[in-house]
Design a protein around this ligand. Structure first.
Ligand code: ADP
Ligand code: ZN
Length: 642
């Protein structure tokens, strides 16, 4: 409101100033004015030279003025060239006419004259718009942005932009989005090859791992505009506004294609629908979500707009969002491992001055479970600490202090509990990994990590040699023992058991049940199918076997699970030194490849002196190895044998 008032005041000043000084008779030329001056018709002391005109008063009674002004002095003005003041002054001096110079007034009125109408019109418009928005019930959000206009931010090509060089430690995700850059740069090539054009990409992962950064880098690499808007912006809106903002955003984006639309926090609008109860924000969410879906379905093949959405809760998303043609490609952006952390630190260290004693490899090793944002914050914080201490550059002590500050500021858990959990996870995963190595009938081990993924604290990846269409009994019983190994190793180390084995227990039970009910692998129950048409219905009341058989089934399932558990237990006991070696190495290195596990089990020491060396030696990792013996949710059901 204030600047409108200012504008009105200025216009008032203008009227006063211009009224008193520039109104009057406009003389035709400088020559005409000089004639009056030379003939002595000008009032002494009335001549003022302004930047673009000269004003003066003509003596009362002068011919041609007395009719209008009577015996008052008549104001006159003459336009002068703003570049030739020296010449006019010379003329006045020669004619002995005294004068004042007042450049400011002329300039001010000139400026006001040009901008004032614009200012007033804009002010009035603004007043009208803000009125109408309050009238529409906008509440606190009403004053922000235009009514129903998209409140997104656009980054132009010229603006500060990210490139792939700024994104570190998430190479797999980077590879997966590389083709989008190619498509934006080179759509013809894609069309010629008939390749399916990516439309919507879902970046999924914990906060601060670089989803926004990656999306910006795609735009930066392809040199296209970047539109971004956050899902949480929509939620506070009143009904209808979110949807119209979506339409507005997509329309603008299509006009500027090729370009990227980035929808941050998509889960804020894209939650699974029909959750039963309907709250006030529910309708708004639904309308906004529908608008997004409609816009995405409405893309032409020729529209070069890529929509990238980010979420850290992929599990709550409405399935409609992930259908083909929408966000049908999911790219995981995970917490970085030690090598990734080293690279991220490198990227951010470039922006500051590091001292000679700084060891980023060491810092990377001492920051398990830090996100990219956490690491960037360490460097930033260290720079502040160093500056406050008047240092020339950042020293290692600054980085260590910054790390602790960020870790304990960030952690909800105490340091002690976090360390205990890490140890439990390391022994749990080591239990899986060692048994998997020892049991030739199980899938070969691929790698093992204690970096959390999704809900799991750690994962042991295995590498099936081929797609399996069925399961041999030996394979099943080996796998069940591997699954039991996690809990057993964890319990032996910590003297306690945790919920970390829930997924393992579920898998063991599923296998055992299928072996008994479907696959005829129980000697007692024989070559008979007890499951209904669908294994999930096997406990329906209309089971076609007796209560005795039912009891026997339960016993058999239990017996199989217990046999696996007992076998695994004795294996854990006899191989405890191996498990310890692997677990301790995991605590140090976080992720171990199968060759490294093998060497540790032979009693060799695995040392990676520097992360840089490790990077050079690191074999290419297949995109997503299936986790058959991990704690990751795996869809649960056992595929039925052909
Ligand atoms: P997200 O969108 O996943 O929550 P951001 O992309 O907003 O995370 O990350 C926040 C900041 O953290 C980035 O601007 C960047 O400075 C830093 N950062 C996060 N991940 C990375 C990474 N992989 N490489 C480099 N910097 C990163
Ligand atoms: Zn486990």
């Amino acid at each position: 409101m204030t600047w409108l008032t200012v504008a009105l005041l200025l216009s008032l000043v203008y009227v006063v100033v211009s009224g008193s000084t520039t109104r009057g008779v406009q003389l035709d030329s400088w020559r005409q004015f000089m004639t009056y001056a030379k003939d002595g018709f000008i009032e002494p002391g009335s001549v003022v030279m302004q930047s673009d005109r000269l004003i003066a008063k003509v003596k009362p009674g002068t011919k041609g003025f007395s009719e209008r002004f009577g015996d008052e002095p008549a104001p006159v003005s003459v336009t002068i060239a703003p570049t030739a003041h020296a010449k006019y002054m010379e003329d006045l001096d020669t004619a002995n006419v005294p004068y004042r110079v007042d450049m400011a007034t002329g300039a001010l009125s000139q400026v006001l004259l040009t901008i004032l109408p614009t200012v007033i019109v804009l002010g009035l418009l603004w007043l009208l718009i803000s009125r109408s928005m309050r009238g529409a019930g906008g509440g606190p959000g009403g004053m922000l942005g235009g009514f129903g206009r998209s409140r997104h931010r656009e980054t132009n090509k010229e603006g500060a932009q990210a490139t792939f060089a700024d994104v570190a430690g998430i190479d797999e995700a980077k590879e997966e989005v590389a083709e989008i850059v190619e498509f934006l740069k080179n759509p013809k090539r894609f069309q010629k090859l008939g390749g399916r054009i990516p439309r919507g990409v879902l970046l999924e992962g914990p906060p601060g791992c670089g989803k926004t950064l990656l999306a910006k880098a795609i735009a930066g690499e392809a040199d296209v505009p970047f539109f971004s808007i956050s899902g949480s912006d929509f939620v506070e809106m009143f009904v209808g506004v979110g949807a119209s903002r979506v339409r507005d955003l997509f329309k603008q984006a299509k006009d500027k294609a090729p370009c990227i639309i980035f929808l941050d926090e998509i889960d804020a609008v894209g939650r699974r629908r029909g959750g039963g109860f309907s709250s006030g924000g529910h309708d708004e969410r639904e309308q906004t979500l529908n608008a997004i879906l409609v816009e995405m379905d409405g893309f032409e093949a020729s529209d070069q707009v890529i929509v990238i959405a980010a979420t850290n809760r992929v599990d709550v998303l409405d399935p409609a969002l992930t259908r083909p043609g929408r966000f049908d490609r999911a790219v995981a952006v995970q917490l970085p491992d030690v090598a990734g952390r080293r690279q991220i630190l490198g990227v951010h260290a470039r922006k500051v001055k590091m001292g000679a004693d700084v060891d980023l490899d060491k810092l990377a090793r001492s920051t398990p479970m830090f996100s990219g944002a956490d690491l960037a914050a360490i460097i930033n914080e260290a720079a502040i600490l160093a500056t406050m201490a008047n240092k020339e550059s950042i020293e290692m002590t600054d980085l260590d202090e910054a790390r602790d500050k960020i870790r304990w500021g960030r952690a909800k858990k105490s340091r002690k509990i976090e360390q205990q959990e890490r140890i439990a996870t390391a022994y749990h995963e080591a239990g899986h990994a060692v048994l998997q190595m020892l049991l030739p009938d199980a899938d070969p081990l691929h790698k093992v990590t204690i970096i959390p993924r999704g809900q799991a604290m750690g994962v042991t990846f295995s590498l099936p040699e081929k797609d399996r269409y069925g399961y041999a009994q030996r394979y099943l019983s080996a796998t069940m023992r591997v699954l039991c190994g996690g809990r057993l190793a964890e319990a032996r180390k910590t003297g306690d058991i945790s919920s970390g084995a829930a997924m393992d227990i579920k898998m063991v039970t599923t296998y055992a049940r299928a072996m008994v009910l479907e696959w005829g692998m129980s000697e007692k129950l024989g070559f008979v199918r007890y499951a209904g048409d669908d294994s999930r219905e096997s406990f329906l009341p209309d089971k076609d076997y007796s209560d005795d058989t039912a009891r026997m089934i339960d016993e058999e399932i239990r017996r199989m699970a217990e046999a696996a558990y007992a076998d695994a237990k004795s294996m854990v006991e006899t191989n405890w030194d191996k498990i310890t070696a692997v677990a301790e190495a995991l605590l140090r290195l976080e992720t171990l490849q199968s060759e490294e596990v093998e060497r540790l089990m032979r009693g060799e020491h695995v040392e990676r002196p520097t992360v840089a060396q490790m990077l050079a030696a690191k074999p290419a990792v297949p995109a997503t190895p299936p986790a058959t013996a991990g704690d990751e949710p795996m869809g649960g059901a056992v595929p039925s044998p052909a």
